[in-house]
Ligand binder design. Structure first.
Ligand code: M7G
Length: 324
């Protein structure tokens, strides 16, 4: 029988107890969730049972430091479902009509977990990332990439310190599922921040390549084929071995544009409608490999589409250039 997901490791539990951790440079500055004060709701989704909050932590001098807090009701864990009906709890009948009735349950804490992800200290860019915005599609030619996008991402993009912390084993070292240590063609596979590893329905891992100069799809040429083939092949093998999910049940893809400009590949359960897995952002790794095998300069020739929020500085740059 397939092995289930690994139980939560001690370090994660400790981090959760502390309410999160700042892993800048590998150092961990713990704080409790109750140190944070909610400033406003950035976005919420009734369908996904998730809310994104702009919060702040008040320092000793009374100064507030921005944080982003993401609260998400966790998926059901199959083995715990029978307890939901069995355990004595407050179950309030809301409506009864013929054969139909609705109850509202107030389950005990161990059956009503909420996952809290904290970004602290958060930059303005983090806050903007989660703020509900009007979104537009950009069609970026190679010239647009060179003239507009590249200078922009070189001048300002998210810090990728967290990626280096993983590659250098300064953070999440005990979560590594697989590593190929080769400096040119190797990578590290870890559970994504979004996955709590308690159930396989929303399985989500990321492969971070050891090479540091590859920012995104735009930098890839046939030279990178051995690396990409390793990620595809070894990533699938590691996931079937550890989690019992076969390669044919995985969606393996890159984002364009990625938020973090260090090449990484997303592995999500095929049945999970993962955020960012839609056509305007996801490029299947198998297709990327085929495209590069056909034409080494494929991603330096073709136009690429991606969504941008209306208030993003990059969107303004495309507007100023008359491209939107
Ligand atoms: P992306 O396409 O660059 O950006 O993917 P997106 O967040 O807009 O999708 C980066 C991926 O890395 C996302 O799936 C994040 O959830 C994940 N991620 C981000 N951070 C800061 C961490 C982290 O510290 N640890 C892990 N394990 N995953 C992270």
């Amino acid at each position: 029988m397939a092995e289930g997901p690994q139980p939560k490791r001690k370090r994660e539990e400790e981090e959760e107890k502390n309410g999160g951790a700042d892993t800048q440079g590998g150092a961990t500055a713990a704080f409790t969730l109750s140190d944070l004060r909610v400033r406003r709701v950035l976005r919420e989704s009734a369908r996904d049972k998730i809310v994104f909050l702009h919060a702040e932590r008040i320092g000793l001098s009374g100064e507030g430091t921005d944080a982003v807090v993401i609260l998400e009701k966790t998926p059901f864990q199959e083995e715990k479902i029978p307890d939901l009906l069995k355990k004595p709890m407050n179950a309030e009948l809301q409506m009864h009509n013929d054969i139909y009735c609705t109850f509202y349950l107030s389950p005990p804490p161990e059956l009503s977990e909420i996952k809290a992800t904290v970004v602290y200290p958060a930059t303005e860019k983090h806050i903007q990332k989660y703020l509900r915005q009007e979104v537009h599609l950009i069609r970026e030619t190679w010239e647009d990439y060179k003239n507009i996008t590249l200078p922009f991402i070189q001048s300002q993009s998210f810090s990728i310190q967290w990626v280096y912390n993983i590659l250098e084993k300064k953070a999440e070292a005990d979560r590594i599922v697989h590593e190929n240590p080769d400096p040119s063609n190797g990578f590290v596979l870890v559970p994504d921040l979004k996955w709590n590893q308690n159930q396989l329905d929303d399985l989500y891992l990321i492969a971070l390549v050891h090479r540091r100069e590859i920012k995104s799809l735009r930098d890839l040429t046939a030279e990178h084929l051995p690396l990409l083939r390793n990620v595809l092949q070894e990533g699938k093998e590691a996931i079937v071995k550890r989690f019992g999910v076969s390669g044919s049940q995985l969606r393996i893809y890159l984002h364009y544009q990625p938020s973090y400009q260090h090449l990484h590949v997303h592995f999500t359960a095929l049945g999970y409608d993962a955020p960012g897995s839609s056509v305007e952002r996801a490029h299947l790794l198998a297709d990327v490999i085929d495209n590069l095998a056909m034409d080494s300069m494929y991603y330096q020739k073709r136009a690429l589409t991606f969504p941008l929020r209306a208030d993003e500085p990059l969107f303004k740059k495309f507007q100023e250039a008359g491209k939107v």
